[in-house]
Design a protein around this ligand. Sequence first.
Ligand code: MN
Length: 221
Amino acid sequence: MKLFYLDKIKIMSNLKNNIVMAFQLPDLPYAYDALEPYIDKKTMELHHDKHHAGYTNKFNAAIEGTSLENMEVEEIFKNVSKHPVAVRNHGGGFYNHSLFWKVMSPNGGGEPKGELKDAIERDFGSFENFKDEFSKSAAGRFGSGWAWLCLGNDDKLSICSTPNQDNPLMDVAGCNAKKLLLGLDVWEHAYYLKYQNKRADYIQAFWNIVNWDEVASRFKG
Ligand code: MN
């Protein structure tokens, strides 16, 4: 099943203005202030309504009138190096943020359960070790980018970090990923209003809002 099958509106046509949008900005699955005090309302407003909306609009503009309009976004990523850089940057921005909102929740935090917990312990030794490695990957990303928990083609879990709006499903990433389970945005726009230069504090706060139910359903699905 494709991740964004339901999010994608193949032809959303506004006849009056003749606007066709292949991909649509998803709503936040909670209120702007729902992740307080870990992520503040103003950051969420700007991040979703300005940054994510901007990536979505520019992605649609980049693929308008091309064969990519009718493709699933994951399929585009498999050969993204062959397309204009705007497809990579804005397609990544559209997709990464759509995932990011879902893997956080005001009822999140705690620890994974069941098969996901078992797989994390198998591949990282312990949940604490996993958290530590993921946090280091996020903190160590120079400049802007993301940290990811991936399910590989060998069905093992691994952590991968990508620059800018790249993601591990892209051919340019060099990650072993058939599926993305968890992602953390470490662009300054994700944390600077509340945390300023203290990226490590933002990363620590993130563990209080991780939606492990969503991560587990991605792992199983
Ligand atoms: Mn962002």
